[in-house]
Write a protein that binds this ligand. Structure first.
Ligand code: IMP
Length: 431
């Protein structure tokens, strides 16, 4: 029987998961998004043609793959429709292959207004959210007052729920956040339009997955953001509002945990972070500038510059055991080409003590000093390499060291943005 694979980021997101999901879905019949929303930005390059996805699962470029948006995802219907239109303009039949759970919370325009107004109100303590309404939509879910995708199909019930919800949001916007209120009737009209446009795509995702799994077909679970942005295990409060870790693949899509046979942890060969929060290995020198420019480190969703730094094996090792990572994928190795010496953070120093595991508290983490191991760099290009033996010895040593520190087998190395710029040592689907 085919195994099922979770692909997730074990840093602060932007590890290049989209490309890996697209690559591995060659072996899968279905791809499922299980958390996050259109705060994600997954860039795929196939034959030089670039596609950026936010909400649509990264299996969409393979015509035989069905794409599911599980109950753990917060859905902005306008963003979903815009993305589908864009894909269709590019000749991809998206509409008939995307299935959205009726249990997904809906992101309303008032969630977006709240997200942005709260960030303004936080001033210098802003989290640096993507401003897409993600946090407020998850808040409403947890508070049991949120609107779910299935409700868009029942207009009378949806109308009264939306009016009540927007009235509540308007109260917060006006009274607490000194911001403009929204026109609730206009939001109702939008919901009506969304329900009509999306109704054929709203299906019981958990039941569909059960059928696919019973038939012995392989499923890929696609994480968004990264482990260090997990609401519980990340650098709280500078995190996103969902669980980004492997356990959420089960709860956020409606399958049992024993369904997940392999967990691919995707790491960049260095570290980046968008938004605020502690980042012990952040660089403010010419190497940081090199990583940012050579790595094109601009957020795929917001276009914000990403902060760059050395590989943090302390944080990544914790992320590996939090997720049961049993397959490692290192991306963007080529960005380190030409760096004379590469460094890996293997410990933190805090108040005179040497830590091998990061502190849970973000304030303590922000006081940690990285302890580095220095390795020789490599001059020869690794870009586009397809076999491990094509890589310079120093690059191979670097990869081996990462796998040893993270205690996970190295299965995939990505050496460029294109689907074909990849070294696959072992297919996580076991085929
Ligand atoms: P939110 O998810 O928009 O609420 O943003 C919370 C934090 O997560 C901010 O620091 C964002 O920059 C970060 N974030 C959200 N989505 C992504 C992503 O896909 N990649 C990297 N960072 C992200």
């Amino acid at each position: 029987m085919a195994g099922n694979v979770v692909v997730l980021g074990i840093q602060w997101g932007d590890e290049g998961k989209g490309k890996i999901v697209d690559l591995l879905t060659e072996s899968a019949r279905a791809v499922v998004r299980f958390q996050g929303g259109h705060n994600a930005g997954h860039t795929l390059v196939i034959g030089g043609v670039k596609t950026v996805l936010h909400l649509v699962p990264s299996g969409i470029l393979r015509p035989e793959v069905r794409c599911f948006v599980g109950n753990g995802v917060v859905v902005a219907p306008d963003a979903l429709l815009a993305e589908i239109n864009e894909l269709e303009l590019a000749g991809i039949d998206a509409r008939s292959r995307i299935f959205v759970s009726p249990a997904c919370p809906v992101i309303l325009p008032s969630h977006v207004a709240l997200d942005q107004a709260r960030e303004r109100a936080r001033g210098s303590n802003a989290i640096g959210t993507t401003g897409r309404g993600i946090g407020p939509a998850y808040e409403d879910k947890a508070a049991r007052r949120g609107l779910r995708m299935g409700e868009l199909l029942d207009l009378p019930a949806c109308t009264s729920h939306v009016l009540e919800l927007v009235e509540y949001h308007n109260f917060l916007l006006r009274k607490l956040l000194n911001s403009d209120a929204l026109d609730a009737a206009a939001v109702v009209a939008q919901c009506q339009m969304w329900g009509e446009a999306l109704s054929p795509m709203i299906v019981d995702v958990a039941s569909e997955l059960e059928r696919i799994l019973k038939a012995g077909e392989a499923v890929l679970f696609e994480g968004a953001q990264g482990t260090l942005l997990d609401i519980d295990h990340g650098t709280y409060p500078f995190v996103t509002s969902s669980n980004t870790t492997a356990g959420a693949a089960a709860s956020g899509s409606g399958v049992g945990p024993l369904t997940l046979s392999r967990v691919v942890g995707v790491v960049k060969a260095y570290t980046t972070r968008v938004g605020s929060g502690p980042f012990p290995t952040e660089l403010f020198d010419s190497v940081g500038d090199h990583l940012a420019s050579k790595g094109h480190e601009l957020g795929a969703t917001t276009g914000r510059p990403r902060r760059c730094g050395w590989f943090d094996a302390v944080a990544a090792r914790r992320a590996c055991w939090l997720n049961s990572v049993n397959s490692l994928c290192v991306t963007k190795l080529d960005v380190l080409d030409g760096v004379p010496q590469v460094q890996i953070c293997t410990g933190y120093r805090l108040d005179g003590a040497l830590l091998e595991t990061p502190p849970v508290d973000s304030r303590a983490l922000s006081r940690c000093e990285p302890v580095y191991e220095v390795m020789p760099g490599w001059e020869q290009p690794t870009a586009g390499a397809k076999r491990l033996s094509d890589l310079p010895t120093a690059a191979r040593c670097y990869l081996e060291r990462l796998a040893t520190l993270l205690e996970a087998p190295l299965d995939i190395v990505s050496t460029g943005p294109d689907r074909q710029d990849t070294i696959v040592l072992r297919n996580p689907f076991g085929q």
